[in-house]
Ligand binder design. Structure first.
Ligand code: MG
Ligand code: ZN
Length: 265
C-alpha cells in the first residue's frame, strides 16, 4: 500500500519485479497470498500492529475532542475533488453559527492551510512527505497545535487518496468522501473500502454536469450498492448548489441544531 502503511517491508522482501498492487487487499481473514512464508507473516503482524496502535491513538483523539465539545470530520477524496474549496466556502457560510478549525494533510506545501486561514479559520498543515494518508498520531500532534475552541467543528482534510485513508481512524466522528463529477462515476466500486468506511458522500462540482459525461444516478446506485447507509449531498462548492443541506447536516451533527444561521449572517 505505502511506506507508512507497512507494505514497503513486504516490497523489500519481495523478489525484483514482484508486482505489489497499491490497493492491496487488506481483508486477510480468508488467507493472504503470502501467508505461510516468513515475509508474509511479518507483513501481517506489522499491519496489525500499525492499525491496532493507530486505533488506540484514535480513541485518545476522540476523548480529547470530547473534552472540548468538538465535532470532527475526516474529509477524503482523490486529489482535486474540491475538499479545500468546500471547506473555504463552508467556513465563510457557517461563520457565526460555529467555529471551524482545520487540519490540512498534504505530502508537501502549506498551500491549503494558507487558503483556509485566508477564509478566516485557524489551520494547521501536516506534511506527510512520502506518506499517502494521515494517521491518528499526526492528528494528535496537530490537534494540540490547532487548539480548537470549545464546541468547534474540527475538519480534517486527508491526503488526496481513495485507498489507505479508509483504513486509518483519526478519532473523527464522521467520515466524508468527496467525489467530483469530473471523475469516473464508477469510483465507488473501484474503491469500495473507502465508500464502505464513509458516512457521507458529497458529490461536488454539479455545476459542471452539462459539460461532462457523468451519470449521477449510476454513481449513486453504485455507491449505495457498496454502502446502503451512505448519505448523499450533491453540491457545487463554487456556485453554491446544495450547500444548505450540507450545512444543516453539519450543524445538526455537531450540536443538534440546524443551519438557520445563513439567514442571520
Ligand atoms: Mg486540498
Ligand atoms: Zn497510505
Amino acid at each position: 500500500m505505502c511506506a507508512t502503511c507497512g507494505c514497503s517491508t513486504h516490497d523489500h522482501d519481495a523478489p525484483p519485479g514482484h508486482h505489489h498492487p497499491h490497493d492491496h487487499d487488506h481483508d486477510h481473514d480468508h488467507g493472504h497470498p503470502h501467508a505461510g512464508d516468513d515475509a508474509g507473516h511479518r507483513l501481517l503482524t506489522l499491519e496489525r500492529d500499525v492499525l491496532a496502535r493507530n486505533q488506540a491513538l484514535a480513541e485518545r483523539n476522540r476523548g480529547w475532542l470530547a473534552g472540548r465539545g468538538a465535532f470532527a470530520i475526516n474529509l477524503m477524496s482523490s486529489p482535486g475533488a474540491g475538499k479545500t474549496t468546500l471547506l473555504e466556502r463552508t467556513i465563510c457560510d457557517v461563520a457565526g453559527a460555529v467555529d471551524v478549525a482545520v487540519i490540512e494533510g498534504d505530502q508537501a506545501t502549506a498551500r491549503d492551510a494558507d487558503r483556509i486561514r485566508a477564509a478566516g479559520a485557524r489551520a494547521v498543515q501536516v506534511n506527510t512527505g512520502t506518506g499517502c494518508h494521515l494517521d491518528a498520531a499526526m492528528v494528535a500532534r496537530a490537534l494540540s497545535e490547532l487548539d480548537p475552541r470549545l464546541g468547534a467543528v474540527v475538519a480534517i482534510e486527508n491526503v488526496g487518496n481513495l485507498v489507505c485513508p479508509a483504513l486509518f481512524d483519526l478519532g473523527e466522528h464522521a467520515r466524508i468522501v468527496v467525489v467530483s463529477v469530473t471523475e469516473g462515476e464508477d469510483k465507488p466500486i473501484k474503491y469500495p473500502h473507502m465508500f464502505r468506511a464513509a458516512d457521507l458522500l458529497i458529490l461536488n462540482k454539479v455545476d459542471l454536469l452539462p459539460h461532462v459525461e457523468f451519470d449521477v444516478s449510476r454513481c449513486l446506485a453504485l455507491a449505495h450498492e457498496v454502502n446502503p447507509h451512505l448519505r448523499v449531498f450533491q453540491v457545487s462548492a463554487t456556485r453554491g448548489d446544495g450547500l444548505d443541506a450540507w450545512y444543516d447536516w453539519l450543524l445538526t451533527a455537531a450540536h443538534g441544531r440546524p443551519a438557520d444561521m445563513r439567514a442571520a449572517s
